[in-house]
Design a protein around this ligand. Structure first.
Ligand code: C2E
Ligand code: MG
Ligand code: MG
Ligand code: MG
Length: 284
């Protein structure tokens, strides 16, 4: 019986593995082309000061505009790009495009806005990120203070020494560092003491039910308080309702980002908003 099920397991396992491997190979080939042929694009999601309603920054979020499959969200190719190391050219494309966009907006007379870019662990550890970023800022003539890099807790815990070195280099240049999806990783709080972090981004999963679930509220409030006591800024991700917004305002969460204000938008749509200095109605 055991033998039989073992054989069955083997029989079912193998085609699955082949499929997965083939899927990955397809994706690798296609993604390589996508980078070369500029099929990738960045969308931008504004971030606001919840007290004043002022726009304080945006997050660049990559999309893959596939010729046959249409717009593919990052969740469907970033993990594979990380597995195949394609995240290195992809990540460089993202940083380059984000910097070029800041410069382009500046040239249009739009007042400078800080741009946050997501950085994966592979980029953080396998290339000289500080050097690459320095080259880009120099190329586009941008002050480093306009760039923020988002990393996750797990990135920091992989290799604490190396992470500290890279983060110190980036901070010395004037770049802001934020912790994305804060509260969901497997890290110890002591790293907040060791690393030069400017912002904690409260994970969307805690904001979702923050007004109806006491545990989520307790976690969100603890993060707001922790950030306050450490002198770190705090931003709530995934704000979707006015109830969530007023909860966050009531509890002095300084910044927010979410569908309530804007979905991530292509550069052209963002431009229109920037030119008219349009504020979301709920923040007026
Ligand atoms: P993230 O960095 O935590 O980005 C926030 C995600 O939440 C984005 O999904 C955004 O569209 C979505 N979001 C924003 N506001 C709301 C809201 O109010 N409600 C809901 N339900 N969702 C909201 P997106 O664009 O699909 O990106 C998913 C993840 O992919 C990102 O999570 C980030 O981890 C990764 N990613 C995106 N762009 C890049 C990139 O250029 N490089 C790397 N390494 N990762 C990226
Ligand atoms: Mg992010
Ligand atoms: Mg996040
Ligand atoms: Mg996330």
């Amino acid at each position: 019986r055991a033998k039989e099920s073992g054989r069955d397991a083997f029989r079912f396992y193998k085609p699955h593995m082949n499929e997965k491997a083939q899927g990955l190979l397809w994706l690798e080939t296609e993604l390589r082309l996508a980078i070369e042929q500029e099929q990738l694009e960045l969308h931008y999601q504004p971030q606001y000061d919840l007290n004043t309603g002022q726009l304080v920054g945006m997050e660049a979020l990559v999309r893959w505009n596939h010729p046959e499959k249409g717009m593919i969200p990052p969740g469907e190719f970033i993990p594979q790009a990380e597995e195949t190391s394609l995240i290195i050219p992809l990540g460089e494309w993202v940083l380059n495009t984000a910097c070029r966009q800041i410069a382009a907006w500046h040239a249009m007379g739009i007042s400078p806005i800080r741009m946050a870019v997501n950085i994966s662990a592979v980029q953080f550890y396998r290339i000289d990120l500080a050097q690459m970023v320095a080259k880009l800022l120099d190329h586009y003539g941008l002050p480093a203070t306009l760039l923020e890099l988002e990393i996750t807790e797990s990135v920091l815990m992989d290799d604490v020494e190396a992470a500290a070195e890279t983060m110190n280099k980036l901070t010395a240049m004037g770049i802001q560092l934020s912790i994305d999806d804060f509260g969901t990783g497997y890290s110890s709080l002591s790293y907040l003491k060791r690393f030069p972090i400017s912002t904690l981004k409260i994970d969307r999963s805690f904001i979702n039910d923050v007004t109806i679930n006491e545990q989520d509220a307790a976690i969100a409030l603890s993060i707001i308080s922790l950030a306050g006591h450490m002198g770190i800024e705090v931003l709530a991700e995934g704000v979707e309702t006015v109830e969530q917004l007023s909860f966050l305002q009531r509890h002095a969460c300084q910044y927010g980002q979410g569908y309530l204000f804007n979905r991530p938008l292509p550069a052209k749509d963002i431009e229109r908003q920037l030119k008219t200095a349009h504020l979301p109605e709920c923040l007026q």
